[in-house]
Design a protein around this ligand. Sequence first.
Ligand SMILES: [Zn+2]
Length: 317
Amino acid sequence: MNMEKYPSNEGNLENLINSHQNSQDSGDESEKRVLAMMANIQKRGEQEVANPDFNTAVNSPKTIRQDSEVDNANYWDLTDKLPSRGLVYPEGTMIEARPLKVIEVKKLASITGENADYVINDIVKRCVRVQGIAGTEEIYLADKIYLILWMRAVTYRDSSYTVGFTCPKCEKSSNYHFEVKNLDVNYLKDEYNPDTKIELESGEYIGLRHLKIKDEMEIERFVKINQKVLGEIDVELLALACMITNINGDISKRLLDKYNYVLEFTPGDLSQVTTYIEKYSIGIEEKMTVECSECGGFVPMDVVFRSDFFLPKYTAR
Ligand SMILES: [Zn+2]
């Protein structure tokens, strides 16, 4: 990309945000100026998105559609690129995402261990649109992580937006340019059958599905409401309870019933159920392979949600 479009003071979002924070005491004028700059960057970003050059080989979408009515940004149909390959959604479901805007990058850069789910779910709600399902809360968690990383990658498609790290090969302080192709995606296996009956030692059976965004919310709510009554709640077993679609064909059980049911599992049941879940687990592997900009070596890296991953340092090279 042409560097002239990004004069260093405007292109560096981190400086921009710092100057915004520092300017708060010095009156309306500087605040207005910063807001105008942010609006400009956002506008330019949107113009860039409309540019056909945006479709690099890495992130090439199947369909590009401009939706001027919503917010003038492009949405990409990612349904069959997701870890679930779109196969676990109702037929005709479409899941589309668009690059992040400045304000959304700022929000993502504010994530901490505590608010990560909330912040990421909020961004997904804003930047992902769905057809065929009730809302983004019906998206599976593995797909959510893919979506957020995809958005991160297409937002900073310019290779001058990089993430800093110390290269284990050349031992220099280096950086890499994150792309979707860096990710090691564990896709849903062909033989997965959502109607599989998992028989327990008692002779009863259950059905399971993958966790969705709405389950995260329900788990949190459940813990809040029931902690006092139940005492200690095992969140892993609660998540497992959330995955249960039916017990002996009965789909009407509440989460509390399912949780109590899971607590009665024999060790053999639990082992069998966990093996099944692991066999059909989907998602992004914890390690990805990135290219060191200093030595050109390929280095395994943790997939992280640190703030500087969403708001990388600007390096003019
Ligand atoms: Zn290196």
